[in-house]
Design a binder for this molecule. Structure first.
Ligand SMILES: CC(C)(COP(=O)(O)OP(=O)(O)OC[C@H]1O[C@@H](n2cnc3c(N)ncnc32)[C@H](O)[C@@H]1OP(=O)(O)O)[C@@H](O)C(=O)NCCC(=O)NCCS
Length: 154
């Protein structure tokens, strides 16, 4: 069973850092200090899964981090789900919660051109507004980045 809660508890930091380290590579993976600051100063949603009991054993299996800067659009900084928990709708549920929170504001993000997750962003109404050459450096390779935006509905 999985549940998603808004807010970040410090006790979960190591588990979230591990998810970050497992799910990202190259300069797409923020180092520990940067990741800690991201969590501290952003809106965070955490997906938990439980093992044997509904009351206990809830462990983080994914997260979504949205940076809210005054005068800027909310920026979806990072989203990750442990590989064994992927394909069960957890990422989509977190993205839906974020979209519901910001119905009156456009949401922006960057995504690697070669990341198939962009299908999910399209499904939730994001569109490509710019392509930044060599936005990412992964394993000595430069990869272009898609800047995507979900405009305010209506
Ligand atoms: C992106 C990520 C969080 C998605 O999590 P998830 O829990 O597997 O997502 P969901 O199960 O909710 O999938 C939602 C939809 O997106 C699609 N999708 C998600 N990730 C996909 C992928 N890697 N490849 C193809 N389709 C993908 C699914 O097919 C699904 O569409 P459907 O409902 O029509 O079948 C997860 O793949 C991940 O952690 N990836 C590594 C980190 C990353 O790339 N983050 C995004 C940076 S921009």
């Amino acid at each position: 069973m999985t549940k998603i809660t808004k807010g970040y508890k410090k006790v979960d930091f190591d588990a979230l850092l591990q998810i970050n380290d497992l799910c990202y590579e190259g300069d797409e993976r923020p180092p520990k200090e940067t990741f800690a600051q991201m969590l501290e100063f952003s809106e965070v949603w955490v997906a938990y899964s439980n093992g044997v009991s509904e009351q206990t054993d809830w462990r983080p299996v994914g997260f979504m981090v949205v940076n809210e800067t005054a005068n800027c659009n909310p920026y979806l900084w990072s989203m990750a789900v442990l590989s064994v928990y992927r394909g069960q709708g957890i990422g989509g549920r977190m993205l839906q919660l974020v979209c519901m929170q910001y119905t009156n504001r456009a949401i922006e993000l960057h995504c690697r051109v070669d990341n198939p997750v962009q299908k999910m962003y399209f499904d939730y109404g994001f569109r490509v507004v710019d392509i930044t050459r060599d936005y990412y450096k992964i394993g000595g390779r430069n990869i272009d980045g898609l800047k995507m935006r979900r405009e305010v509905a209506g």
